[in-house]
Design a protein around this ligand. Structure first.
Ligand SMILES: Nc1nc2c(ncn2[C@@H]2O[C@H](COP(=O)(O)OP(=O)(O)OP(=O)(O)O)[C@@H](O)[C@H]2O)c(=O)[nH]1
Ligand SMILES: [Mg+2]
Length: 220
């Protein structure tokens, strides 16, 4: 193994151990943890805003959001009167399990039913870092092009759920939904694909019902 590959393996192993500890902690409190991954601007925060409003009153939710700079996304969630904590990575292109551990301690959310983690916007680095989540969700917006699953296969094969976002833009863009679904199914035959629009509400009921079912399964 080259020295670089060795260092990377050590980093990933340390992350795996930290993620296992987080997973254990969230199993004890029956907190469902969802890791949202997409390229910048695919609509993670907008989806969260629409989702949290639908879940409000029925679920105790919290959001940890990672960005290279600014508190903007956490502020958007807090504007809804809901708890959110911003993690600033200072340049790193992904969140890691230690950052989640530290942010969880600082955020002081108390007991939660669902913890959403909005990862730093990109389809590559976040793929390799387990954050102790129950499952990863990948978002692909219609404006990014319909060739992306095969170009970024790792995230589409590892995310249990794929959301095709901004479906309201379908009449305005060239995007073959069926072809994208076919690519995703090839990469992940057991995954679920939900076309959504945070603007019109398309698919939001199915997405929220999926979250609820996963939360119930975790509660046992
Ligand atoms: N038409 C349309 N626009 C959307 C939808 N969802 C998000 N947008 C727009 O897409 C832009 C980016 O949305 P964000 O939610 O900030 O995207 P993000 O993935 O959180 O971005 P980063 O955190 O920077 O990675 C904003 O201008 C949103 O208004 C949607 O369902 N339909
Ligand atoms: Mg965002």
């Amino acid at each position: 193994m080259s020295p670089t590959a060795d260092v990377r393996a050590q980093i990933l192993e340390a992350n795996r151990q930290a993620a296992a500890a987080l997973r254990q902690r969230f199993a004890e409190t029956h907190t469902l943890v969802v890791n949202l991954i997409s390229s910048p601007g695919a609509g993670k925060t907008t989806l969260l805003e629409a989702t949290l409003e639908r879940l409000a009153g029925r679920f105790r939710t919290g959001v940890l959001v990672g960005d290279i700079a600014t508190e903007r996304d956490a502020e958007r969630i807090r504007r809804l009167g809901l708890p959110a904590y911003q993690i600033l990575t200072g340049g790193a292109c992904h969140l890691d399990a230690r950052q989640i551990e530290e942010a969880w301690a600082k955020a002081g959310f108390g007991a939660l039913d669902i913890l959403f983690i909005e990862n730093v916007g990109n389809l590559i680095c976040p793929t390799s870092y387990d954050l102790g989540e129950d499952f990863k969700v990948v978002l692909l917006s219609l404006t990014e092009g319909d060739d992306k699953p095969f170009k970024y296969p790792a995230i589409f094969s590892r995310a249990e759920l794929a959301l095709l976002t901004k479906m309201d833009l379908l009449p305005l863009v060239t995007f073959d939904v069926a072809a994208v679904e076919q690519q995703i199914r090839t990469l992940n035959p057991t995954g679920t694909i939900i076309p959504v629009s945070a603007k019109t509400g398309q698919g939001m009921e199915l997405w929220c019902r999926t979250l609820e079912q996963r939360w119930q399964a975790k509660r046992g």
